[in-house]
Design a protein around this ligand. Structure first.
Ligand code: ADP
Ligand code: ZN
Length: 221
């Protein structure tokens, strides 16, 4: 099954995607994580995308599409994958559909987490994430603090703040999200893959609730 996670920055799509990936035993492919690793390792690709990421702008479609197609050509994605942060534009969605249909596959579900801008800003400013890229767990100093300050509950690595999780860049990322998501959501509505969740971010069980709702929907897919 190929599942797409949609939602603004900090909407929880990474956490929900991570859980579904574990429960369905499908690889979790997050383009933002791939790009951050490239930045950290100062690769040629990293140098090329830095200016976009630092400013909360989208990396050009052709760059992202190539990365995802390469990843989806690896054997572990043969039975499906959770795509998180991709597609972000209608052109990326069209390219993905073409790639999958050439292999007799399709996007089975597009799960949207619909969180208001106000809640997103509140949440993301206080977000801290695990520095171990194989873990990637995220915490929130107010809503979901780690058991030990600065340390990941899951793997014990150091927790860090993402460079682009500052108010200015978040506002820019939100702006970009609203500019591009409308036609993307419309696209998946038309294919019949879209399912929207309205998370209550003030609930302690928000992640569990979102995961159950998503899994209930996926049951019939
Ligand atoms: P967010 O929390 O904003 O949803 P991500 O981790 O998904 O963050 O992405 C971080 C940055 O990586 C984006 O602001 C953008 O610069 C780049 N990026 C990630 N995925 C894509 C994509 N599918 N298309 C274009 N740019 C992307
Ligand atoms: Zn961790």
């Amino acid at each position: 099954m190929y599942i797409i996670m949609l939602g603004g920055p900090g909407s929880g799509k990474g956490s929900v995607g991570g859980r579904i990936s574990e429960d369905f035993n499908l690889p979790h492919i997050a383009t933002g994580d791939i790009f951050r690793a490239e930045l950290k390792n100062e690769t040629d690709l990293g140098k090329k995308i830095k200016k976009y990421m630092d400013n909360g702008l989208l990396v050009p479609d052709e760059v992202v599409i190539e990365i995802v197609e390469n990843r989806l050509s690896q054997k572990d994605t043969e039975n499906g994958a959770i795509l998180d942060g991709f597609p972000r534009t209608k052109d990326q969605a069209i390219a993905l559909d073409k790639f999958l249909s050439e292999r007799g596959k399709k996007v089975d579900a597009a799960i949207e987490l619909d969180v208001s801008d106000e809640d997103i800003v509140k949440r993301i400013i206080k977000r801290i994430v695990c520095s171990n890229k194989d873990c990637g767990e995220s915490f929130n100093t107010e809503f979901k603090p780690p058991k030990v300050e600065g340390i990941c509950d899951k793997c014990g690595s150091k927790l860090i703040k993402r460079a682009d999780d500052n108010e200015e860049t978040v506002m820019q990322r939100l702006k970009v999200y609203h500019e591009t998501s409308k036609e993307l959501l419309e696209y998946y509505k038309q294919t019949g893959a879209l399912f929207t969740i309205h998370p209550n971010i003030y609930s302690k069980t928000v992640l569990e609730d979102n995961v159950s709702e998503a899994k209930e929907y996926l049951k019939n897919k």
